[in-house]
Design a protein around this ligand. Structure first.
Ligand code: KG4
Ligand code: ZN
Length: 341
């Protein structure tokens, strides 16, 4: 089991377009409430930072109130606070951080600022699963694509990262070109189920470099196909072809690491971990190498406060307390990160 903080820890996540609050006891989720802004940003074809921040201000108190009510507790029952403070949209992060600092001040509770990706890294262990260290983790979200060796909690080594777009961004950009709206990853993966993945030929960049992913060429290739095909375009076939290209690119690097790095467990985390084709392929690579595979339950793949509460609880258990002395950052490396190895 993970070493977690005694009592009930509240987690607050507002780094992008989800206001989410969770109450955790050990690794076990007691309650969670999330207000999503997806429908509002869809109108603009992407997240508008100013709008996101204003909507977090509107949602934060109702979401906290709802999570406490679901748990049947009041703020007096809490023992610690965790809040995402990096990386993310500064205006959006500020709302969660200002709330968390005020609560810590009012109730005299310990408070830690959590790195959003450290939250994602712990998401497969919500509940009762025990992490095995070291393990390999593929982080695939809207803003990040990284392969990380998790040596132990708080000690990471970067094995590969994207040099341009993130995998989720590649799904979203292709989905937009196909007219699936924003964010389109989920819609594209649905369409892919009835498409033929060999129908369109798409590039797999950086095939021979185990340390780098690249997805910007894929977007260009999709754009050219959409233009050339016109009315003859089969969107389901192109969706399936895009999905296969992304799954191939991600899984080949994971397979390389599974063969060259000594681990007993491999995880996939982040919004794109909700993609079943990707999970099936990585699970297959793990089986081939006799390695255990874990991905988070579907609701903990995309942004949520449960994972932030878990990462924060693990930091509080180490005796950390940032009090009110922490800032927000739009970009920040994982804490305890070694260079590409
Ligand atoms: O982790 P997340 O919720 O937010 C960030 O931290 O970025 O990830 C969101 C990303 C979006 O790009 C979304 O399109 C993608 O995850 N996503 C998917 C699926 N569900 C969400 N991509 C592919 N297939 C899915 N089923
Ligand atoms: Zn995320």
């Amino acid at each position: 089991m993970l070493n977690t903080f005694e009592g009930l820890v509240i987690g607050i996540e507002s780094s992008c377009d989800e206001t989410s609050v969770a109450i955790l006891s050990g690794q076990k989720l007691v309650a969670m409430s999330t207000a999503t802004q997806e429908l509002i940003h869809r109108e603009f074809g992407g997240v508008v930072p100013e709008v996101a921040a204003r909507l977090h201000v509107e949602s934060i108190i109702p979401v906290v109130t709802d999570a406490l009510a679901q748990a049947g507790i009041t703020v007096d029952d809490l023992s610690g606070i965790a809040v995402t403070n990096r990386p993310g949209l500064i205006g959006a992060l500020s709302v969660g951080c200002a709330f968390a600092k005020s609560l810590a001040f009012a109730k005299g509770l310990p408070l830690v600022g959590v790195h959003h990706l450290e939250g994602h890294l712990l998401s497969p262990f919500l509940g009762e699963k025990s992490p095995v260290f070291p393990h390999l983790a593929l982080i695939v979200s809207g803003g990040h694509t990284e392969l990380v060796l998790v040596k132990e909690f708080g000690h990471y080594q970067l094995l590969a990262e994207t040099i341009d777009d993130a995998a989720g961004e590649a799904f979203d950009k292709a989905a937009r070109l196909l007219g699936f709206g924003y964010p389109g990853g989920r819609a594209l993966s649905e369409a892919a189920k009835s498409g033929i993945s060999a129908a369109y030929k798409l590039p797999r960049a950086m095939e021979h470099d185990p340390r780098a992913f690249s997805f910007s060429g894929l977007k260009t290739a999709v754009m050219q196909i959409v233009k050339a095909e016109g009315d003859a375009l089969n969107s389901n076939d192109l969706a399936a072809s895009v999905q296969l290209a992304i799954v191939d690119a991600l899984s080949s690097k994971v397979a390389y690491c599974l063969e060259n790095v000594s681990v007993e467990l491999c995880t996939i985390v982040g919004g794109v971990a909700a993609n079943s084709a990707l999970c099936e392929r990585i699970a297959l690579e793990c089986r081939r190498n006799g390695i255990q595979f874990l991905c988070p339950e579907l609701e903990y793949c995309t942004d949520n406060a449960a994972m932030i509460a878990l990462a924060g609880s693990s930091r509080l258990a180490l005796g950390e307390d940032d009090s009110w002395r922490f800032d927000m950052f739009s970009n920040a490396p994982l804490p305890g990160l070694d260079d590409v190895g």
